[in-house]
Design a protein around this ligand. Sequence first.
Ligand SMILES: [Ca+2]
Length: 484
Amino acid sequence: MQTTHGGGGRSTIAALALGAVGLLLLHPPPAPAAEPARRPNIVFILFDDMGYGQPPCYRPGSEFKTPHLDRLAREGMRFTDAHSASSVCTPTRYGVLTGRYPWRIGQFGVLTHTSPPIIEPERLTVASLLRAQGYHTACFGKWHLGLRLKDGAAPGAPVRDGPLARGFDVFYGYTEARSIEALVAQDQLAARQPAVAVQPLLAKRAAAFIAQHARGAGTNAPPPFFLYVPLSVPHTPIVPAPEYAGKSGAGPYGDWLFEGDAVVGQIMDALDRGRLADDTLLLVSSDNGAAGRVYAPLRGCKTSIYEGGHREPFLARWPGHIRAGAVCDDTICLNDLLATCAELTGARLPDNAAEDSFSILPDLLGTATGPVRPATVHQSMRGDLAIRQGPWKLIFLTNGRRELYNLQDDLSETKDLAAAKPDVVARLQQLMQTYIANGRSTPGAPQRNAVTVSLSGGAGGKAGRKNKAGKVKGARPRPSAEPE
Ligand SMILES: [Ca+2]
């Protein structure tokens, strides 16, 4: 078992590249490895704006009720240092599905209902990798990665270049939170639904998808499945269904979060009913910090470069493989899903994919002997970047300033040590520049970023992020009215 950064497939590629047989590595498709793979079902549930300080399993005494997340923490592994790639929706989701930092494509802001797709058509995604490995792939929920849909289109209108063109066999959901009523079924705009009805409907579909696989489990070779469930909870609109209204004791927002937790419960129940729980890796996290809610000791919240913006709850359960009640303090990133899925299924990652994704399987299995990631990059909505290595976090603010924090001593990021520790600043800045120049942070052949990325800053947050033509690409390309 690989116990340091990088999965088996990634490490193999790196070793081959070092052996100067790069011709083989130009654009190989994902291919099954020789070793028989463990092929669990994979379920990834992504909350929308759930903060690190919200589930009681992360903050004892929390005013919110998330009994199913708390149960997952007891039955699986709770990560304390997991990060979304970004502190807002769209860029985080790009990282989740592609394993590549969204700043490499200049994506700092969020998309609107009719924004075009931002995942490149040929790019490997978690879904397309798993589909190539024989998985049945489905997404029920909030896409928010763009697709082709005419503004004002009526039900029945075609939807192109959406989830079905990025590796999913099944999609039922909506493009972004403000359009939650405008459901898309596969590649068509479906009949509108009242906002309050949407999350229950999607949860039911997700459970039915699992049940369908459970019924097929008696066949000779049932396909494993990948189920991606991006919830709209607790993002606005806050629309708890009647059965959850008034049940949390924490107001409508708390009820809405309680409903999201109940969806996790419904998926766990569906796995139990189908006798699939033992064969399923279940992962739950959130795409960014809570909106406008700061939870000590973390500084900041959604949209921020500080920890409250991107440090997320992250729970993992796989009975018989992940030790129940385990706590992992390793630094991981939601980008790591792709390399983890590759290692789980024995797939080899091509060089032009998953450039910033490290398999966390050693953490999950308890075999890691060191950090799975050499360093991790964060980004804020306005375009700040930060690089984290061990206890150190160096922030590159868009105004050109640098801030350095030691998170081991100062998790709340109160003491800027940039002036006191120039050696650490220089080392981390050099590493960040290497990550930019190489187009990747994983081992492998250098790749090209889609935009020019500079750490110079110095012009109100926009100067550092330019597109290929040198034209200023705003720190919030394709923004909507409010952050997601
Ligand atoms: Ca979000």
